[in-house]
Design a protein around this ligand. Structure first.
Ligand SMILES: Cc1cc2nc3c(=O)[nH]c(=O)nc-3n(C[C@H](O)[C@H](O)[C@H](O)COP(=O)(O)OP(=O)(O)OC[C@H]3O[C@@H](n4cnc5c(N)ncnc54)[C@H](O)[C@@H]3O)c2cc1C
Length: 438
């Protein structure tokens, strides 16, 4: 069948299989030369694409929850949306969540996802206590930060290349309400938004939307959003504190024609978004869906990029070189006229796992429609990222070359060696692992 991920590029023909029991999965793994696991396909590029794809979506039971230790155990095909629905009404939330709740627990671990709280709470793997994984020889290994730790660290952020995550145990966090106390600040340029991030490091959640096409003194003008879980006294009297939000679901019915999205429409969108925000900082109480997942209510929003699809370019730069690197990258994008509707800036805290993406500094994510000019532009951006000591996020990537991967991920050789020890016949394989020569 035809399979693609969130960026709708590339689209490939693949054998698509699924399983409901370990026996079934063992037989699939035994009988396939090359395969990769797939959750909800929310990675943008080709990391969940291979000739044989094993969907985990039917392996999706929540197995246990221990209120005393705050630990939940579930199968890897459970989505973060399902965890939220089961646990928010009982007063628990995810420790770390990406900008969509439609990802599986297996996918969250394999990409070692981060949220708006990385500077305080780290990435998803920080909260994982144990993982069961099916290896290439059909055996099952349990690993954690203290037991079989090299398997654990190669699996968190390892993009499915060590084996198929079967189940995981991770911690939830206590909440008093399903609401977030949000503060929004409008800032006039990049220097100002970085100062504002640094002045707000005590906030649990922070994220900025950047107008990446603004030039000169306005370069990097942004809307910075800060948040904390609301506590009972923050809510209007009578508000049921732990009720799940009810949402009107919108959908993009068809792929947009490619002319709908051009540098003019992107510029106009960015201009309006920035100027719509009030000049003074504002505070409000909003539900967790509106705060964490504003795009999840528009089904198939990826269709606005048309049939050719799009790619998300997400990089991180070390804190000390972030300002210079971001300015150079924004200058280059602005000159190119290749815009991004969504340019999202976050501050990462300290972290240097084996192969996970985050490291201390600023990360910027930009969407680009696929067209003839985009890949040459991104090749130029890669050079700037490398010169400033940064790296690209594998779960968003669809075109980086092997050399850039090796140079930018300091532990890439150790990861590749471990992968070959664990999987000598290179059974766990994706289009991405082939391109990156892993
Ligand atoms: C709108 C949107 C917003 C996003 N925001 C963020 C964000 O803020 N922060 C962030 O970090 N990410 C973000 N992402 C990316 C997303 O969180 C990751 O790509 C995540 O891995 C997707 O999970 P999935 O279940 O869809 O996995 P898939 O896309 O299906 O797979 C992703 C990778 O995980 C592997 N994998 C999946 N399941 C297993 C398993 N059981 N065992 C072994 N390997 C497995 C696959 O082989 C593949 O390499 C966003 C994505 C979208 C579409």
């Amino acid at each position: 069948m035809k399979v693609t991920n969130w960026g709708k590029y590339p689209v490939i023909d693949a054998n698509f299989k699924s399983f409901t029991s370990i026996d079934e999965l063992q037989s699939i793994v035994k009988n396939s030369d090359q395969l990769v696991a797939r959750g909800l396909g929310r990675c943008y590029g080709d990391s969940a694409l291979s000739q044989n794809i094993v969907s985990t979506l039917k392996y999706n039971r929540i197995l246990a929850f221990d209120e005393r230790t705050e630990q939940v155990t579930c199968e890897s095909g459970v989505s973060l949306a399902e965890i939220i629905e089961a646990f928010v009404p009982r007063g628990w939330f995810l420790p770390v969540t990406p900008g969509t709740k439609f990802v599986t627990v297996g996918g969250a671990i394999a990409s070692d996802v981060h949220g708006k709280n990385h500077h305080i709470e780290g990435s998803f793997s920080n909260h994982v206590t144990s993982i069961d994984i099916l290896l290439s020889d059909g055996s099952i290994a349990t690993c954690s930060k203290t037991n079989n730790s090299s398997l654990f660290w190669a699996t968190c952020g390892g993009m499915g290349l060590t084996g198929i995550i079967l189940q995981a145990t991770f911690s939830l966090k206590r909440i008093e309400s399903a609401y977030i106390k949000q503060k929004t600040i409008k800032v006039s340029n990049l220097d100002a938004v970085m100062e504002a991030f640094e002045a707000s490091e005590s906030y649990t959640y922070s994220v900025a939307w950047i107008d990446c096409l603004a030039r000169g003194k306005s370069q990097g003008r942004s809307i910075l959003t800060l948040g904390e879980h609301a506590i009972l006294p923050d809510l209007k009297p009578g508000t049921p504190p732990l009720q799940l939000p009810k949402k009107l679901k919108l959908a993009v019915p068809l792929d947009f024609p490619s002319f709908a999205l051009n540098s003019l429409s992107v510029k106009a969108f960015n201009f309006l978004y920035y100027h719509k925000a009030p000049d003074k900082s504002t505070e409000s109480i909003i539900d967790y869906d509106a705060f964490f997942y504003p795009l999840d209510n528009i089904h198939h929003w990826n269709r606005i990029y048309g049939k050719r699809g799009f790619t998300q370019y997400q990089f991180v730069l070390p804190r000390e070189s972030s300002k210079a690197g971001l300015k150079e990258i924004l200058n280059r994008i602005s000159r190119s006229g290749q815009g991004s509707f969504l340019a999202v800036l976050k501050l990462f805290g300290k972290q240097d796992n084996l192969i996970s993406f985050p490291k201390e500094g600023y990360t910027l994510a930009l969407d680009f429609a696929i067209n003839n000019k985009v890949f040459p532009l991104l090749d130029e951006l890669d050079k700037i990222v490398l010169e400033h000591g940064g790296r690209l996020y594998l779960t968003k990537d669809v075109r980086m070359n092997a050399e850039t991967f090796r140079k930018s991920y300091g532990n890439s050789e150790t990861f590749i060696q471990l992968k070959h020890q664990l999987d000598p016949t290179n059974k766990f394989h994706s289009l991405q692992s082939q391109r990156l020569q892993i």
